[in-house]
Every structure is written in C-alpha cells, then in structure tokens.
Ligand binder design. Sequence first.
Ligand code: LLP
Length: 434
Amino acid sequence: MHEFRYIGPGLHCEGVAIERLVRDHGTPLYVYSQSTLEDHYQKLDRALAPLDHLICFAVKANSNRAVIRTLARCGGGFDTVSEGEIRRVIAAGGDPRKCVFAGVGKTEDEIAFALRRGLYAFNVESEPELERIQRVAARLGKRAPVAVRVNPNVDAGTHAKITTGTYENKFGIAFEEVEAVYARAARMPNLRLRGIQMHIGSQLTTVEPFERAVRKMLPLTSRLAQRHGFEFFSIGGGLGIIYREALASAGAAWWKSSAARGILTPATYAATLVPLLQPLNLRIVIEPGRFIVGNAGILVTRVEHVKRTGKKTFVIVDAAMNDLIRPAFYDSYHEIVPVRRKAGARITTDVVGPVCESGDFFCKDRPLPKVGEGEHLALLSAGAYGFVMASNYNSRALAAEVLVKGKRAALVRRRQPVESIWAGECVPPWLQSS
Ligand code: LLP
C-alpha cells in the first residue's frame, strides 16, 4: 500500500498536495508518508503474529530519524550496520536492546560501542570476527550476544549487485561449516550464542527462495538451537516491492493488485513461512528495509529544460544520480509521473539529470506526458535506498526530506547548505600564501 495519489489534478501524499511542499521546500525533495510506513510495519506484524517475532527495520534503507522514530513507536527494532546507524537509532528514540548489528567489517571500536549499549545480537560473518568480538568483550568484562550469519547457498535470482545468499559473495559462513564454527564459538568464554541468522538477497518478489532457504536451514537451526540454547532465528530481509505501475495501486487496491500479480505480500510470505517456523519454538527476527519504506517515499524534481535532438526528447530535471543512484547503479525502474496530472498524448522521453555522465538518467525511451520547464515530476518508490545513497558528487547539495501525516507535513531534513559540502576541508599552510 501507499498514500500517493491524485486528488483532483494534483498529486498528493496523504492529505497534502505535493505542489504545496514544492512551494515550501523547493526541489529536489524527498517526501515520505508516515501512514504508509505504519501500515507496512503493521501488516508484517499482524502476519507474523502467530510467532514470537521481532521486526528489525534495516536502517540502511532509510536512516532519517523521523522514519526510525515512526517505526520505533510501532514497537520495531532495527538492523544496523555501523556505529553511525546505532547512534541514529538511539538519537531517534529506538531501543538498542532491539537492535542487531550486522556487516562483514565491524571495527573494534564499533564492537565496543555496541557492547556498551547492550544490543540484542551481533550477526557475525566470519571466524576472525568471532575472535575479535571475544577479545573486545573480554577486555570490557562483558558477554557478547552473537548469531552466526549462515550463507545457505540459495540463489534468490535478484540483481547481481544485491544477491547475497550464494558462495559467489562475501557474506556469511558457508552452510557446511556452520556447526564447526558454533562449536568453536561455544568455547569462547565471552560469547553468548543467542541465535542464528540468514539473508539471501534483496527485492525478492516471490516467497519461493525464502521457503527453500528456510527449509534448508530448519534441521541445522533446530539442532544448534538445542545444543547451544538459542533464542532466535533471523530470516533476514529481502521482501520485494512493486516498482512498475506503482501509482495505479495506491491505497487498499495495492494489496489486491500485488496478490493478483503474484507479488509477495505479508500474507503470502507468512502463509508459507509461519507453519515452517512455528515448530522451532524460537523467536523469529526479520530485517525488512525496502518493504517498509520503498513505496512510502517519492523524489520530486523540477523540469529545467526540454531538449530535442534529432532522435530523442530529453527532459532535463534538477535531481540527478547523486540524489537517486538506483537507475544508474542497478538499471532499476522508478515510475515517473507529473505532479500536476496531464491529459494528452505521450511522448517517448529520457528523463535525465544535469550531471555530466551518461549514467545520469532516471528513465530511457519511456512514454511520458508532455512536460515543460518549471513543471514537476515525481519519481515513485524512492523511499528505500534513495536518500541514503545520495552523495555530493558535482558538489551538489543533499536534497531536503519531508514527512507527511494526514494533512500535516514537516521538514525532517533541511536542504544541505552548499558551503557545508566543503566545510570540513582545509587548505594546507604551504598553499595559503598567495
Ligand atoms: N539484512 C541484511 C543482512 C541486508 O544485507 C539487507 C540489505 C537487509 C537486511 C535489508 O534488505 P531489504 O529488506 O531492504 O531488501 N541498495 C540496494 C539494496 C541493497 C541491499 C543490501 N542489504 C538497492 O537499492 O536495491
């Protein structure tokens, strides 16, 4: 579900006109719907209700503190990958005891920080990391709660840059080695073996790869759980969302059209996985990022120029690959709609940013309504891995972010002042005299 739709001629987020937000805050502008975030969280929460479960939102998908706070108030925990993310969660009022800490390269300082804050578990990706956590925990006189991330070697069939569950990549410990690793970890006195974890990839649109991986993990998990007294099994994140024809399925129609198009919904996910997981009698942790926030955000941009070459129509907008890198990086599709609804013929269009790279595009050869300078476009389904992957490339300031709830809207991140881009830089003394 999401809450972006036309009311009359104007695109709205919940009860707020996007044109008003553009007037108040300028562009490029990320706009998030709080009700959509809450709805997605609650749909998952309800679907998993038969299990003792903890939903840990993957902060990497969208780390704005307003988003984190919304989910913390829903009762959520968080999947974090750096000290920065843990600090953000705490700053936003999230509970560190509901946080897991993942990542293949945690530093000693980060481990010490997480131990002092009392996180729920470290998701451990290698043996050297286990030894490192043991060492840091011993130094601090603590026992570190750990779960080994298992690589179940299941191909989720997603984009090469976001698949994680096979032996072709750097994540987790190979399925066949896991038991021996737990046996060694059990001898480390400052570790507490609290659970086991897997994550097979992102943007999975059917339940089938999850099912295969869970079925493969079940015997191992139940054996290890008994042996080591586990409390939880994390089945990772990865639930996919609709990117194509996203607008057409606003509101409740969303779930119906998802189901009709065979796309994963919390109900189908749970219908398959809950009965498999129930006999384990463990707490089930999930780490969704995209599912919760992906369709809850859009990126609004202004048309600067329309440029016609012999072959093409380029709509040049004021957002660029530095604001939303997914099309350039993953060839990903984001639906693009005008903020003011337009009738009339569609024109085959490339929507591009101003950056001097051919990768700086949002769509190619797509039939879009005719737009002109000063009009606005919205790139949909941009809430996950949008702002968080933005950069200052071309010394372009980071966009502003707004959160909407009902008829209210608030700036949740002001547009970056351009001088702050270089505020941390210094000119060395030998270059200072003229
Ligand atoms: N858990 C772990 C261990 C992960 O590595 C990830 C994402 C998640 C959970 C959350 O996955 P999600 O539910 O959001 O699919 N930047 C890429 C996606 C990278 C995903 C990285 N790991 C994109 O824009 O598509």
